[in-house]
Design a protein around this ligand. Structure first.
Ligand code: GH3
Ligand code: MG
Length: 601
């Protein structure tokens, strides 16, 4: 057996005794006595030692056992130590093994050559064992440190890559809508304000297109929610591909509403783009068999344009586009309408506080409403059934009720938002009731407020019928309240609307009745079941002789024509008793009960 075989033939039991942590050293020397001496010396120092007698062997063993350090003789038959070193350094697997040259050559030029070929140190023969040991230990420690550093660097660069990816994701999340990858509602506001401020400086016009998918709710009902999601993605894709300028952008404004913002684009350009978007979406040919507008998915679009100024808010132009969109909807859908009227704060102030408009449209997009319920108490013995009025309240983003001082219905007396609120109310209330015990509610027990704008919504009655059917609820449960002022302003429409509600099986009340005394004459033939007497008439009725006479007159006419009366805002016992004496059928107000939260959603 050669010395090499003898020395490298490790007894497994001996190897196991040696800690696997102990460093491995490979000794390469063509002189057997040198090998034997160094082998014994280093093994006694607890290293795991292997030997090679020439360069080729050294390369083979290095590749298989990957030593932690190599002691390499220079002058050997075949490959010299320098050549072996270069070959080891040229391979990725062995390049970082520290190599200490062992030789009798002591010329400085030999040492330089040794370092140039990749060695880390140089020990001259005859070898002083202590010196060799010190050098071995130093280089092993250095190597260990370098390895740790390398590992840490690798980990660090991996972490920083992960961080970059995570940051990108976070950015995308905070900027974009996950479903359609367009900007989200939050970013829409930030970006719109930025564009607005930039255009104030030029100045130049800014146009907005609001796009709403027609009959999307029934699309979901027909094809399922996942198909609805895919449809929204396709529609978003078509909109994005139509707007080409780098400064143009698209955001998801609500569930199935998109907003296109076109800086430095006047109304004519915006109209062309809106028409192109409408055609592109139609060209997708997404079947929509339940749409009354077309056999494929279509959009209604509203366009508005304005030259931004310091004194105006960007919400003005959104409001204009929303008004135009509303027109597009009411005129049959699948069309583009433009808001041509002047866009000024004064114009909208009377009907809609812009801040309120924004608050409300966001709340709608995020379903931030809840229901309260207030009792309506019978005043006369013959009236036995209790009634309740459903009141809609706005919630902030933390789910807390927005203070009562923010009367969102008055703030947002905007034609374009109120129909959406009416539908939201019907759908969510019916959905809630379908999961509750109907024993609590008697016939006609639940009064639900509708806005005046509902009178112009030709689809509302059909929508209500579908919802009643969907949630399997008896129409007789509901009494819908229509504001008196809207009924007077649109008497013919209001009459038809009330008749349709009654045909469905619901009852109807006129809200705030008597606020305008002319109404008595005009509304006496209006087909409703209840007059809800204006709350102002109940206040101090016990002492105010004029109010008393008005309510008495209303009550008499009502009784004559078979309509029942409900007094609102009854706050004291004395008013309650006075109304009872006057023959009013029901009373509602803080004296009877405070509104209670009905639903938490
Ligand atoms: P209109 O023609 O008047 O616009 O009626 P519409 O049914 O399109 O509008 P409505 O506001 O009554 O209903 C919008 C529907 O959009 C209700 C909601 O379920 C659906 N929707 C909102 N967001 C998503 C969504 O992310 N995915 C899906 N599939 N549907 C959504
Ligand atoms: Mg829609």
């Amino acid at each position: 057996m050669s010395i090499l075989e003898q020395l490298n033939k490790k007894d497994p039991s001996v190897m196991n005794e040696q800690s696997q942590e102990n460093p491995i050293i490979l000794i390469v020397d063509d002189t057997p006595s040198n090998l034997q001496f160094l082998f014994t010396y280093l093994e006694n120092k607890n290293y795991r030692v292997f030997v090679a007698q020439h360069g080729k062997q050294a390369l083979t063993i290095s590749e298989s056992i990957r030593p932690d350090l190599i002691l390499l003789d220079i002058l050997m038959p075949g490959l010299s130590g320098f050549e072996v070193c270069q070959k080891l350094k040229a391979k990725q697997e062995t390049e970082d093994i520290p190599i200490i040259f062992l030789t009798a050559l002591s010329e400085p030029s030999n040492k330089v050559q040794g370092f140039e070929s990749g060695g880390v140190d140089y020990v001259t023969k005859p070898i002083a064992p202590n010196e060799l040991l010190a050098r071995i230990q130093t280089h092993l420690t250095l190597r260990k440190t370098q390895r740790l550093l390398k590992e840490r660097n690798e980990k660090l660069s991996q972490l920083s890559e992960e961080l970059i990816v995570a940051n990108r994701k976070l950015e995308e999340l905070s900027f974009s809508d996950p479903l359609t990858k367009t900007f989200n509602r939050r970013h829409f506001e930030v970006q719109l304000n930025q564009d607005w401020n930039r255009l104030v400086r030029y100045p130049d016009s800014l146009s907005i297109i609001l796009c709403d998918v027609d009959y999307f709710k029934v699309y979901n009902d027909t094809y399922g929610h996942p198909a609805g999601d895919r449809c929204l993605q396709q529609v978003a894709g078509a909109i994005v591909s139509t707007v080409k300028r780098p400064s143009d952008w698209v955001a998801r404004y609500g569930g199935e509403e998109f907003i296109v913002v076109l800086p430095r684009t006047p109304i004519r350009g915006a109209l062309k783009i809106a028409q192109a978007i409408r055609s592109q979406v139609k060209a997708l040919e997404i079947p929509h068999e339940s749409s009354s507008a077309c056999s494929v998915v279509t959009l209604s679009l509203g366009v508005a344009s304005v030259v931004p100024t310091h004194n105006t808010s960007p919400l003005l132009v959104v409001k204009g586009a929303d008004t135009a969109l509303y027109q597009a909807k009411t005129q049959g859908r699948d069309r583009v309408e433009v808001y041509f009227d002047e866009l000024s704060e004064e114009r909208f102030n009377g009907s809609c506080d812009l801040q309120g408009f924004n608050t409300l449209s966001q709340a709608l997009a995020e379903n931030r409403f809840c229901f309260y319920v207030q009792r309506i108490e019978p005043l006369q013995a013959k009236e036995s059934n209790r009634k309740f009025e459903i009141l809609l309240r706005l919630l902030d983003r933390d789910g807390k009720r927005v203070s009562a001082s923010f009367d969102f219905l008055k703030n947002a007396a905007c034609d374009s938002l109120l129909p959406k609120i009416d539908r939201w109310t019907v759908e969510h209330l019916l959905s809630y009731l379908s999961n509750s015990d109907l024993k609590h509610w008697e016939e006609g027990a639940l009064s639900v407020n509708l806005s005046g704008t509902v009178l112009a919504d030709s689809q509302f009655i059909e929508f209500l019928r579908q919802q009643l059917e969907r949630y399997n609820l008896p129409p007789q449960l509901f009494c819908f309240e229509i504001p008196e002022a809207a009924a007077i302003a649109h008497l013919t429409q209001a009459t038809q609307f009330a008749q349709s509600l009654k045909l469905l099986g619901c009852t109807v009340a006129l809200d705030d009745f008597g606020g305008n005394l002319c109404s008595l004459q005009s509304l006496k033939e209006f087909p409703v079941d209840f007059w809800k007497i204006d709350g102002d008439l109940s206040k101090n009725i016990e002492t105010d002789i004029v109010k008393k006479s008005i309510v008495e007159a209303i009550e008499k006419v009502a009784r004559t024509i078979g309509i029942q009366t409900i007094s609102k805002s009854v706050e004291t016992e004395t008013s309650f008793e006075a109304l009872q004496k006057l023959g009013v059928n029901y009373a509602q107000g803080f004296y009877i009960s405070q509104p209670q939260r009905l639903i938490s959603n």
